[in-house]
Write a protein that binds this ligand. Structure first.
Ligand code: NAI
Length: 723
């Protein structure tokens, strides 16, 4: 930090105290967001932006995208901004503050819907350059410019802020800054790649852009992404202060500037690529590699970097990966949308009672408490509840960090042997062991004690809902709320309904799921519901292949090369072979199919996978010891097809049986429930893209070679009609 900046820092701290006395602090702040708008005259209102000028000659420009709860940068919003900036440039204000008029946050990014279906790189490059030219206008203004940031400031939103000379951010934990473009298969394109590197140096900037992670205002202050992190009430004053006494703009540390040297960039680029390759292959996820190449080639030439940035993003965004990752983003939004209750006031759930404090119940209870709900967790055994509290504490410490906030979360989680929390609960979630009779008996008691509006849910993974609900006086009340293990990592929750289930109850359950920051997927009750049903044939085929002598690491590698996050053998070991066997037995009882002998043998030998230290692999500190992979030439040519086509065939069967409502929900469910290669856009999307006829005939060939388990499902014929 330079001396001037240190002085400024000190002055800012002075203006941040609640008893401010400086003249600028005494002046009335013009509106941090919507709340204080009433105190100011609006001088110039546009469709998506409001421009005001205060007595000191400072222009205050507020983003307020029409008909939207959140600001995003559509072409129209950007064009309007461009015109306003022209008029600001002509009026030479003392300074410009860009802020948001929405309480939800600053700007959440570009409007990704506008990128859907972009095929032509020229058109894409034109769109991107248009955005760049708007942000260039901010940078070119002849006066100090400040972005006053509250809430989300992501992607294009942060790129806009980076085009300002200074940034101040509300220190509230809800403020998140980041450039998460790699998650959409691209990298920042509106000048963000160049400007962030210029501002904080390549190592820190690359760390943010290559991971796509978001950071708090305080972390952003430490990195130099923002100049000040202040309480919301001081945001406007901090911005005004920067305009009235502009300090030297932030510079990266000297060592970071050295690393930007033409001779050093290739070495750092090589190192960065090696780091990225541990997480994502260049074939499936080219964006981070393109960003590194861009910097290595043009890191010391901002002009060239900006021009090439547009070209690089145009190439990426029209490609297979980005188009599919954008699809995944929109599918995620679609799942969140399913949680919307029809009309009226949004229901807020406050109290949850979980019955069964085992692997699942304990983690569900902890997750709900983490999300701010009051939770009671009931188990017959006190020891189980003690373990729940220990695990919860570990989770809270990891996620919340601050001891005071961790303690507050612990206070929200109550061990409850007698089940006293039942009577006041808004939602009851049963997670006792998988036994119909035990669950029926439990629900008979639960139904007597809960209020009339309480949601009664089961976390069963395999018992048909109507078998359990038959014990209830009102079977329409029971709904399935099927979480996946581990709860804190798996975003998807299946909302399971039987014919009798009350639709309004299912809808409220979806809203509850969204409230606890999980993605609700409505599915019809049936064997394995959706995710387990589709996963199981894939896992079983992997076991068959292993029994035939194909080495487990080679099977896993084939799936990972296809784009799965983890191979099927490794996954089975991680889930637990006893659980896999249990689900497989349940499914084969209703849907037919053999269970590989090897699976039973390992379970009988108590070699249950990672949890016992030995399954298909031997485990050392939780990590599998994988012998080196076999040469590809010695592996069956149809290895990948045997794994993936069994999964796809089951997906087609589920679609035919309407287990989920349509191809989009199928894709969403399988991506978020199994991790199915997101860059393929989901199983149904992959199937349509590769060709229904091609995959259908490959299945027929597999059926000839390996048996009826590969016989194409009847549902393929209707897909052929669409395709
Ligand atoms: P678990 O065996 O780890 O825990 C069950 C707990 O319930 C035990 O602590 C037991 O003491 C308690 N319990 C049994 N009867 C009770 C009663 N009447 N009142 C109070 N507590 C009682 O079982 P886990 O694995 O947590 O499974 C629970 C449910 O979640 C099952 O229905 C299972 O199918 C489902 N599930 C399990 C998944 C997994 O990966 N383990 C994944 C998704 C669903």
């Amino acid at each position: 930090m330079t001396n001037e900046r240190a002085d400024e820092e000190k002055r800012m701290q002075d203006t941040q105290t609640p008893n401010e006395t400086s003249p600028e602090a005494q002046a009335k702040p013009p509106a941090p967001a919507a709340k204080k708008k009433a105190t100011h005259k609006k001088k110039n209102s546009h469709k998506h932006w409001h421009l005001e000028k205060d007595d000191a000659g400072i222009a205050w420009l507020s983003a307020d995208r029409a008909n939207a709860g959140t600001n995003s940068l559509s072409a129209e919003v950007l064009d309007e901004l461009g015109d306003i900036l022209d008029s600001i440039a002509a009026s030479t204000p003392k300074g410009l503050v860009i802020q948001s008029a929405k309480p939800s946050g600053f700007i959440a990014g570009a409007d990704v819907k506008e990128f859907v279906g972009l095929k032509d790189t020229e058109t894409a490059a034109h769109l991107i350059r248009r955005g760049q030219s708007v942000f260039d206008k901010i940078e070119a203004l002849d006066c100090p410019t400040v972005a006053a940031i509250n809430g989300f400031c992501l992607g294009g939103g942060l790129e806009l802020a980076l085009a300002c000379r200074y940034r101040v951010a509300d220190e509230d934990p809800r403020t998140r800054l980041g450039l998460p473009e790699v998650r959409l298969g691209i990298h920042p394109g509106f000048g963000g790649s160049m400007r962030l590197i210029r501002l904080i140096g390549a190592p820190s900037a690359m760390g943010l852009m290559l991971t796509g992670r978001t950071i708090s205002a305080r972390a952003a202050k430490k990195l130099g992404v923002v100049d000040y992190a202040v309480p919301a009430r001081h945001l406007s004053n901090a911005a005004r202060h920067l305009i009235q006494s502009p300090p030297v703009a932030h510079q990266p540390p000297r060592w970071a500037s050295w690393l930007n040297h033409r001779l050093l960039r290739p070495a750092l680029g090589y190192y960065l690529k090696r780091q990225v390759s541990a997480k994502a292959s260049p074939k499936h996820y080219p964006a981070p590699y393109a960003l590194i190449d861009l910097w290595v080639a043009h890191g010391d030439d901002p002009k060239a970097m900006l021009a090439e940035e547009a070209f690089s993003v145009a190439k990426l965004i029209t490609g297979y990966t980005a188009q599919n990752l954008i699809r995944v983003f929109l599918l995620q939004e679609k799942l969140k949308g399913l949680a919307k209750t029809a009309k009226g006031k949004k229901e807020v759930f406050k109290r949850v009672h979980v019955i069964g404090g085992g692997v699942m119940g304990g983690d569900i209870a902890a997750w709900c408490a983490l999300q701010g709900l009051q939770v009671s967790v009931q188990d017959r055994k006190r020891e189980s509840l003690a373990k729940v509290m220990q695990r919860a504490h570990k989770l809270f410490k990891k996620k919340l960090k601050h001891p005071r906030i961790v303690q507050a979360a612990m206070d929200r989680l109550m061990p409850d042997v007698e089940g006293l929390g039942l009577r006041r609960a808004d939602v009851v979630i049963e997670a006792i062991f998988e036994d119909v009779e035990a669950k029926q008996n439990l629900f008979k008691e639960v139904e007597k004690k809960v209020g009339p509006k309480t949601i009664i849910a089961t976390n069963t993974s395999s018992i048909p809902l109507d078998e359990i609900s038959s014990a209830l006086k009102n079977p329409a009340r029971l709904v399935g709320l099927h979480f996946f293990n581990p709860v804190a990592m798996m975003q998807l929750v299946e909302i399971v309904t039987a014919d009798l289930t009350d639709k309004a109850v299912a809808q409220r359950t979806a809203a509850f799921t969204k409230q606890i920051k999980r993605l609700p997927l409505p599915v019809k009750s049936g064997p394995g519901f959706l995710v387990n049903r589709i996963l199981m044939p894939y896992l079983m085929e992997a076991v068959v292949l292993e029994s035939e002598g194909v080495p487990a690491p080679a099977i896993d590698k084939a799936a990972v090369d296809f784009g799965m996050p983890m191979g099927p053998i490794h996954l089975a070991d991680t889930v637990g072979l006893d659980i896999c066997l249990h689900v497989a037995e349940n499914l084969s009882a209703s849907l037919g199919g053999d269970i590989p002998k090897k699976l039973r043998k390992l379970v009988e030998a108590k070699q249950l996978g990672r949890k016992t230290g030995q399954g298909f692999y031997k485990y050392n500190k939780g990590k599998p010891e994988k012998p080196s992979a076999t040469q590809d030439s010695k592996l069956p040519a149809d290895l990948t097809d045997r794994l993936m086509l069994r999964m796809l065939n089951e997906a087609v069967a589920c679609l035919r049986e309407s287990v989920v409502d349509g191809e989009d929900l199928m894709d969403a469910g399988i991506i978020f429930g199994t991790g199915f290669a997101p860059f393929h856009g989901g199983p149904m999307h992959y199937l349509q893209h590769t060709g229904v006829d091609i995959l259908h005939s490959r299945l027929q060939e597999l059926a000839k070679r390996h048996g009826d388990r590969f016989k194409p499902d009847a549902g393929w014929s209707s897909l052929k009609e669409i395709g």
